[in-house]
Design a protein around this ligand. Structure first.
Ligand SMILES: [Zn+2]
Length: 430
């Protein structure tokens, strides 16, 4: 018995010694400093365990490391961050697509599909995601996050919102067309009144929510002058209760909000990020700049679903699509903090996750600034500055590589060739 115990202690010591000494040198053809926007050549990144230990010139490098990775034919940058995903959703162009997932698939089945989504995100080069609600899959996002953190499955770093909150009967996609006698799952947690709002926030945080998400408006429509309006979902008491409870727990509030009817209420209550915002007006833009609120425009998803939804009888996404380029330019010029978020899961996980970059650049943002939306700006939003979104000493070893220069051709980010997260390589080029 004692012998076994001593052997155990000995093994643990050996293991930790080996782990502590695990060092990797990565030689980069080109390396992007996401903070300054500078491209460095002939650099070596030193990785120790799961962190970056330093960056040195390849010419001056003479250190012995446990392994050496040669990326001298690649352009290297930090792992990307997608601040709006749904791992538990597999595309919902129409409400029928949504109904199949909520009413015909169990949460365990949806979670198995989410395991695949998480792996795809990592292989796409998005090594961190903010997953903005499970769409009826309760707290399964917190389990996916736990399984990734415990090394059970591969996947990105996750910040999760669990169930999201809306008021009774106001979720845009609801089982309205189904027999009212059926007790069907809902895409969000419904509340009524300030007390229930506080309870929902407390429950979600207790079950692992890093963020609280609300749906601030619904029923979007366009006026003859081209502006957009909607119906607000919360009373002032309700939205303030959600925000107050969130902020008191040192969490942050994200608001799905399309027009001024939702956006202004959400920002005034204390929301940090506006999701979609496809129908925002000048006053919203001004308030967002004033209050340092992030805009997560989720461009490709709207472009992608617009036609299918128009065919199914709803033209609003088509109208948002027509307004999108001018709105993006206006917000960019005004200095709104634009952060990268795709809403993938709202569209099929087999479609590109890096597609939004293309629109951003087409609509006037320069390539480096576009990359920054998914690196340093996203890290700021997540309170992870210096830990993700940058290749520097002390940051997590989340590193990706592409062939060619994405500061010249942004579409290259749709073909990430090599991915490391936490010092472990998950994808190598073919
Ligand atoms: Zn979404």
């Amino acid at each position: 018995m004692r012998k076994i115990f001593l052997w155990f202690i000995f093994s643990v010591c050996i293991a930790s010694q080996t782990d502590a000494q695990k060092t990797i040198a990565i030689k980069c053809g080109q390396l992007l400093d996401t903070k300054s926007g500078q491209i460095l050549s002939n650099q070596i990144i030193l990785v120790k365990d799961n962190k970056i230990d330093g960056i040195v010139s390849a010419n001056a490098f003479n250190q012995k490391t446990d392994s050496f990775i040669d990326l001298s034919n690649y352009f290297v940058l930090p792992g990307l961050i997608d601040t709006h995903t749904h791992v538990l959703l597999q595309g919902d162009i129409t409400s029928d697509d949504y109904a199949v997932q909520l009413f015909k698939e169990s949460i365990p089945y949806r979670t198995l599909r989410a395991v695949r989504s998480a792996k795809i995100s990592l292989e796409n080069g998005f090594t961190t995601i903010r997953d903005l609600e499970t769409e009826g899959a309760m707290y399964a996002d917190a389990d996916i996050k736990k399984a990734i953190n415990n090394g059970v499955i591969p996947g990105p770093r996750m910040f999760v919102a669990t169930r999201a909150i809306n008021t009774v009967g106001h979720y845009p996609i609801s089982p309205k067309e189904f027999n009212w006698e059926l007790d069907l799952p809902k895409g969000i947690q419904e509340i009524n009144g300030a007390d229930e709002a506080r309870r929902a926030v407390r429950e979600q945080i207790a079950h692992g929510a890093d963020w609280i998400k609300i749906y601030a408006d619904r029923g979007y429509y366009q006026l003859p002058d081209g502006s957009f309006r909607s119906l607000p979902n919360f009373t002032a008491e309700e939205i303030n209760a959600v925000a107050d409870e969130t902020i008191k727990s040192r969490k942050k509030l994200a608001a799905h909000a399309m027009t001024r009817d939702g956006i202004l209420a959400a920002i005034n209550a204390g929301a940090i990020s506006i999701e979609h915002g496809s129908g925002m007006d000048d006053e919203c833009i001004k308030l967002m700049v004033q209050k340092n609120v992030y805009w997560c425009p989720t461009i490709f998803v709207n472009e992608y679903v617009a036609e299918g939804r128009a065919k199914a009888g709803s033209i609003i996404n088509m109208q948002f699509k027509q307004a999108a380029p001018a709105l993006f330019k206006k917000a960019l010029t005004a200095g709104v903090k634009i952060v990268y978020g795709t809403d993938i899961g709202g569209y099929d996980w087999n479609l590109p996750q890096a597609k939004d970059f293309e629109y951003m650049v087409q609509w006037g943002m320069n390539n480096i600034k576009a990359i920054q939306t998914a690196t340093i700006v996203a890290a700021q939003l997540l309170d992870q500055e210096g830990l993700i979104g940058e290749i520097k000493s002390g940051a997590f070893a989340d590193i990706i590589a592409v062939k060619g220069d994405p500061t010249k051709d942004i579409t290259l980010l749709q073909q990430v060739q090599w991915v490391m997260k936490d010092g472990i390589v998950y994808k190598t080029s073919k």
